[in-house]
Write a protein that binds this ligand. Structure first.
Ligand SMILES: Cc1ncc(COP(=O)(O)O)c(C=O)c1O
Length: 333
């Protein structure tokens, strides 16, 4: 089914709107602001997550351009790769996943699910983003040489087109918050390749939503992340023909990355356990666990306090839990 967002093709892949759920037990445990969860982990397709919204626009573009093979990239435990594979298969497209990792990486978590979709998984190494993007072009050329029609989706699905999924989500969230009569201070989201925070921030401004979008970095330092998000916003704004945002309008925290991308900190483990114990909700070790560690710390510091309302965007990623069994067991201090 095709729906239009300002004339831009979109395929329906997720069950929308996703639930907005009150987290009373977590709120009590933290003794701070009212916490609500926006459950994009329950969006449906391929075990869910934020990429589904981006792919509604990206794969519509692929179909419009007559592509038959989707090529994308990420880490070995990429949620984006898993959901892209699931979505592409649903639409009858072939998939090549160029993933960063050793050939003998255990087929667990997302990698196992990639395999079950019948995706062509290539575990390779690269040193720089430019090298990675070069690899994507090489694979696309290979597909072409074999008579296929490739469509490259960038890391995390984070270009202007993908970010439109979260521009739309901002409107959805605004309507839900209004319905619940919530006076929302901020929406907290994990931020990595920029499309989720960027789309939400642009959408919030576009639709006059009265809440700020705070991004908690999963890997980069604040400044490069902010630049990346701003770049994605500028591209999305061009597509929509609306004004873009300035860097100073974005709030990004890099205090919760720890030693690096995909490395579970003590605080991440504790945050995952607290949310599972109080709400029966499973976060993930790479993105939402760190974002929740951030929310908890911001409550401890008094940046967020009683009387305020915070929406935590659950962007998914739970299949990666199964690839982090050792680290998460060790997080039981
Ligand atoms: C579960 C999860 N949360 C958050 C993010 C970050 O979203 P974005 O890349 O749009 O910044 C990702 C990206 O890969 C993800 O997989």
């Amino acid at each position: 089914m095709n729906i239009d967002f300002q004339g831009i093709p979109r395929v329906q892949l997720g069950y929308l709107p996703t639930p907005l759920e009150r987290a009373s037990n977590l709120t009590r445990a933290l003794g701070g602001p009212q916490v609500w969860f926006k459950r994009d982990d329950l969006i449906g397709l391929g075990l869910g997550g934020n990429k589904v919204r981006k792919l509604e626009f990206l794969l519509a573009d692929a179909l419009t351009k007559g592509a038959d093979t989707v090529v994308t990239t990420g880490a070995a435990q990429s949620n984006h790769a898993r959901i892209t594979a699931a979505a592409a298969r649903k639409l009858g497209l072939r998939v090549v996943l160029v993933l960063r990792g050793a050939p003998d990486t255990p087929r667990q978590g997302n990698l196992l699910l990639d395999d079950l979709t019948g995706a062509n998984v290539r575990l390779v190494r690269w040193a720089t983003p430019a090298e990675r993007d070069e690899l994507l072009i090489q694979v696309a050329e290979e597909v072409e040489a074999e008579g296929g029609r490739p469509y490259i989706i960038p890391l995390g699905g984070s270009n202007g087109l993908g970010a439109l999924g979260y521009v739309v989500a901002a409107q959805e969230l605004q309507a839900q918050a209004r319905q619940q009569r919530l006076n929302v201070t901020c929406v907290i989201t994990s931020s990595s390749s920029g499309g989720t925070q960027g789309g939400l921030a642009l959408g919030a401004k576009l639709f006059g939503a009265p809440f700020a979008i705070w991004g908690i970095s999963a890997d980069l330092r604040s400044e490069p992340l902010q630049q990346m998000v701003i770049g994605v916003i500028a591209e999305a704004a061009r597509l929509l023909g609306c004004p873009t945002l300035e860097a100073k309008e974005l709030t990004v925290f890099d205090d919760y990355v720890g030693p690096g991308y995909g490395i579970v900190t003590r605080e991440t483990g504790a945050a995952i356990r607290l949310v599972a114990e109080t709400e029966g909700i499973f976060l993930d070790p790479v993105y939402t666990g760190k974002a929740m560690a951030g929310l908890i710390d911001l409550v401890k510091k008094g940046t967020l306090g009683p009387g305020q309302t915070v929406i935590f965007l659950h962007t998914g990623g739970t299949p990666a839990l199964f690839a982090y069994q050792k680290e998460l067991s060790e997080s039981k201090w």
